[in-house]
Write a protein that binds this ligand. Sequence first.
Ligand code: CP
Ligand code: NVA
Length: 306
Amino acid sequence: MTRHLLDLADLDAAGVADIIRLCGTDTRPLDGSSVAMVFEKPSARTRNSTEMAVVDLGGHPVMITDAEVGIDRRETAEDVIRTLACYHRIVAARVNDHNVLERMRSTLDGARIGVGLVNLLSDHSHPCQAVADVLTLADEFGGIHALAGRTVTYVGDANNVTVSLSQAMLASGVNVRVAAPVGYQLTEAMVASIERFSSEGATLVQTDDPVAAAQGADALYTDVWVSMGQEADAEVRRLELADYTINEELVAVGAPGVIVLHCLPAHRGEEISHEVLEGPASRVWRQAAHRRTAMRGVLRWLMGED
Ligand code: CP
Ligand code: NVA
C-alpha cells in the first residue's frame, strides 16, 4: 500500500518513531523522481525545507502555487491530484481545508495510483512541523530515547500545530500540558486524536492557567494567535488570548534549563515576548533548521523505508 502522511493519528507510535529514525539515515530514495509541492497558503520554512529535503534525497522539487492550479475553482481537487500523479512520485500540499487532502488521498487510493501524499499544513494539523519539534527536543535532552517523562507546555491558541505537536509528544512518551482560555482549547475530537498515543505512558492535560501549566515544564511552546485563514477574527482573538504570552515571568517558572519553541512565524509582543524569542532559552532557529532534517525522514518514510 502506498504511504501517505495526512495526520500523525493515522499512524501508531511505532510509525511515528520510524519517521523520526529515518531523519538520521543517509539514503537518497528520490533519485530520478520528482515531488510536487502545492501551496494554497504562504510559507517560508515549509516550502524551503521541503524543497531542499527533496534535493538532499536526489529528487527534483516542483513548486506550484494555488494561483496556478486553483483547487476546486479551476478544477476539482480530484482532478488536480490525478494530474500531478501523472508526473510526480510524491505530492506535498498545504491546504485551507483538511478535507481536500482526504479527497486527494481517496482519489489516489481509489484509482490504485502509487503516489504518496503529505500534508504540509492544513486547518487541522501540521505533522511535518511536529517531527521537527521532536528532533529539536531530542537534541536538547540527550536523544530521542531520553525524552520519555519530559513535559512540554503549549501556551496560546490550541490549533493545528498543537494537535500534531501533542500527538508527536505523546507518541514519544512526553507529557503535554495545554494552557488556553475556554473557547481556544483542544476540542474533544482533537483530544481523542492525541490520546490514541497515550499507550506510551504520557498524558495530555488542559487548563486555562498558563502559570500552573508552565510550572516545572522542560519546554514551553507557542504559535500565532491568528492562524492563516482566521484574519477576520484577529481583533477578538488578540483580546481573548492576551493573557497567554510566553514571557520571562512564564519562563522563570519552568524547570531549570527550560527551553522555548515556536513553529514560527512569530509575532513578538503577542504570543511571545521579544526578550524570550531572542533570549537564552529560545531554540526557535534550531527548530526551524530541523524542518529540513524532518522532511528527509518524512520523504524516506513515504518512499517505503522503515
Ligand atoms: N512553521 C511553518 O510551517 O512555517 P511556514 O508557514 O513559513 O512554512
Ligand atoms: N497555526 C499557524 C501555523 C503556521 C505555521 C497557521 O495555521 O497559520
